[in-house]
Design a protein around this ligand. Structure first.
Ligand SMILES: [Fe+2]
Ligand SMILES: [Fe+2]
Length: 333
């Protein structure tokens, strides 16, 4: 199943949509806003995932589109080298002082990023409508859970590869398609009467959500960024088990359908194991063999934490603003 072609959000996404549908020349225009730029990059990355409805698959390697992707990626990487520096730097310094990698990594993931947590909000105070709005935002990622990190696989040495595959085996259902995490997610969405289609809520996705997903695609697609991609993945695992437990409590408090609770219950258990494999074996093993990769791993983890904080702030602002929620519901209807 392909992603729907989203509604353009400015001059750049208008020009891109035109070029994708008509296979014409891509007009040279700048993005009108961060939103426009984030959606354009999301669309370009989607050509490497499942593809976009009505768009020729051959355009995945179209030189003009790759040039645009490179330009947007350059801006994205610069921005996040900067935004995540305050989190990554202290950890990198501790490592340079000879401290244990795993200890430094777990401490980094426990760092206070200065904002609210979505899981805590759901646990304590969210109403059902607000949880549904949050699930719609999260669905952009969960329907292709772990996919971006898998681009890293053929670029890894054998030992690191083995540990990544051990984690991925769980994410992809261990040979049972009905246990795939993306499938558990779809069952949860269906039980909540939400659209289970791939990227079904793309038009509703906040720019911060698109950016968070773009970061994962960027890290996965570039061989030079593979240590950061795995650092990001490991941080994602470390920061999942406890919030998943909070989600379970919140969803139970609201009496939400069992399949959606089950999705988070699965992550509460699985990610408590994944975080150990990811940090101690996958990353720690690689660092022991090649210490130079550690700094980028820590930066990748810092990107994960900072991007989640920006997303959480944006999603919380949106779901607390009833008018904005009503507006986004109309946009989806
Ligand atoms: Fe998962
Ligand atoms: Fe996991």
């Amino acid at each position: 199943m392909r992603a729907p072609l989203p509604t353009p959000r400015g001059s750049l996404t208008e020009a891109l949509t035109e070029a994708l549908l008509e296979q014409g020349v891509l007009r040279c225009v700048d993005a009108d806003s961060d939103d426009d730029a984030a959606l354009a990059l999301w669309m370009l990355y989607e050509l490497h995932h499942r593809g976009l409805e009505g768009v020729d698959d051959a355009l995945e390697w179209d030189p003009a589109l790759l040039v645009l992707r490179a330009r947007l990626e350059h801006d994205l990487e610069e921005r996040w080298r900067d935004r995540a520096r305050h989190l990554a730097l202290p950890a990198q310094e501790r490592l340079a002082d000879g401290e244990d990698f795993a200890e430094v990594f777990f401490d980094l993931c426990a760092a206070d990023t200065g904002g609210e947590s979505l899981a805590r909000f759901v646990q304590r105070e969210a109403e059902t409508e607000q949880v549904l709005a949050l699930l719609r935002q999260r669905s952009i990622y969960h329907v292709r859970e772990q996919d971006s990190a898998m681009w890293a696989l053929p670029r890894l040495d054998d030992e690191t590869k083995a540990h990544l595959v051990a984690i991925a085996a769980d994410e992809y259902g261990n040979g049972h398609p009905d246990r795939l995490h993306a499938e558990l997610w779809r069952r949860g969405m269906a039980a909540c009467d939400l659209d289970t289609g791939y990227a079904a809520y793309l038009d509703e996705a906040l720019p911060q959500v698109l950016e968070q997903n773009n970061l994962m695609s960027m890290l996965g697609l570039h061989r030079r960024l593979v240590p950061a991609a795995l650092g990001h993945l490991a941080a994602f695992e470390v920061c999942s088990s406890v919030p998943s437990k909070r989600m379970v409590r919140g969803l139970e408090r609201l009496g939400m359908p069992e399949p959606v609770v089950e999705y988070y219950r699965e992550h509460m258990v699985a990610d408590a194991v994944h975080e150990q494999v990811a940090v101690r074996r996958m990353l720690g093993g690689w660092v022991a063999r090649e210490p130079d990769v550690a700094d980028d791993m820590l930066w990748g983890a810092a990107v994960c934490l900072a991007a989640e904080q920006e997303t959480a702030t944006a999603v919380l602002t949106a779901v607390r603003d009833e008018e904005s929620m009503a507006g986004s519901r109309e946009a989806v209807a």
